[in-house]
Design a protein around this ligand. Sequence first.
Ligand code: ADP
Ligand code: MG
Length: 392
Amino acid sequence: MPKKTIRDLDVRSKRVLVRVDFNVPLKDGAVMDDTRIEAALPTIEYLINGGAKVILMSHLGRPKGKPDPAFKMDPVARRLEELLGRRVRKIDSCVGPEAQEAVGEMAEGDVLLLENTRFYPGETSNDPEFARELAELGDIFVNDAFGAAHRAHASTYGVAEHLPTVAGFLMEKEISIMDKILKEPDRPLTAVVGGAKIADKMSVLLNFMNHVDNLLIGGGVANTFLQAMEHEVGKSLVEEEKVKPALDIVESSRTNGVKLFLPEDVVVAEEISPEAKTEVVAVDAVPENMMILDIGPKTAQKYSEIIRESRSAVWVGPMGVFEHDAFAGGTKAVADAVADVPYSFVGGGDSAAAAEKMGVADRITHVSTGGGASLKYLGGEELPGISVIMEK
Ligand code: ADP
Ligand code: MG
């Protein structure tokens, strides 16, 4: 990776301010899924072992720039304590006298968790004064919050103006796996793109034209392509203003030598519900009162074969409305196949959930912890939270 990481600095006795992504789902005051906390442990443990004073900060949920009891970081601190097996001090502020005192009392190897950064309006507006006050707490800034790297907020971006800035291990892992896929993949490289909104995936599709060998399209995204290819798609979700761009992608796949695949058969129903009566039809026979809600078994089989013949795979967006078993077949098939590929990456929040639900997450090289951020990165965008990390 061209960026500096915590390995490139001496952290002993230093006050290391670490932006982590502890934006975890909570229920009844407890952490429901600690994947993101676990993903930050390698960085935190490395800093503890290196004798740093570890000051952690994160946002949680969407409090509106003021304290909100429902989004306090206390449950996160308790779970982190369990995972680390050592005390984590948690305070009720991010800046000001309480924070400065708490940092002043830290010894080497201590861990302090600040309050939710979004309790301050200056976080999302990247207020220079708030960023400066945060930066005052540390000697070094470590950005390990890949999931928040697409936002230029005070704690992901503004602080970096005042402190030497390096990547943590999670940030490094996310970036280097996507870089490998985009820059020097083991080929063939197959991309699988689905999900609800084609608008979110447009830049990814465009960027993939320069990188992938095969592009398999499913989910709601496929509907717009099918419409572009002049298939009747009934009541399916289609983004009219993206029909032309979809056609351009089909064209570009030809000039770039990308093999682009669209569903040949699909699962249709009149409604999205667990009781919906489903049918499998060819793409040229979608009834006008029905919606395409999954790729069909023939397509799933074909996609699986292409994926299994690949040496790298990148998957963004489920193949159907996988939340209901009746429309989960295509996503299950793709998930199983992606898990069999030697080098695999899953981006997008719902795709990560799908990989988890299908029980394949631990057989995938990396399931991104940053849904939106991974899509932006795969789309070729420079993310603000990465741009501030020092070059090697
Ligand atoms: P990701 O978060 O992985 O980027 P998206 O947010 O774009 O994925 O899309 C995920 C959603 O897409 C899922 O909730 C799924 O139900 C929905 N979806 C998939 N296929 C279809 C379809 N054919 N019609 C409507 N919704 C779909
Ligand atoms: Mg999503």
